[in-house]
Write a protein that binds this ligand. Structure first.
Ligand SMILES: [Zn+2]
Length: 54
């Protein structure tokens, strides 16, 4: 999961070492909303084992 703020540069994703689960990312997104009142969008990333061919 990848989440980002529509109103500032805040973001969190499961790629980050300190937020490596969807639950942790969701929790930090909620905390950002509670602290700032900013709108946070979330995007579900494909599973890491899936490699898209371009
Ligand atoms: Zn923000």
């Amino acid at each position: 999961m990848y989440t980002y703020c529509l109103e500032c540069e805040w973001q969190a994703s499961t790629v980050d070492a300190d937020a490596d689960t969807d639950a942790a990312v969701s929790k930090s997104a909620i905390e950002h909303f509670v602290e700032t009142g900013h709108t946070v969008e979330s995007v579900r990333l494909p599973p890491p084992e899936v490699v898209l061919e371009s």
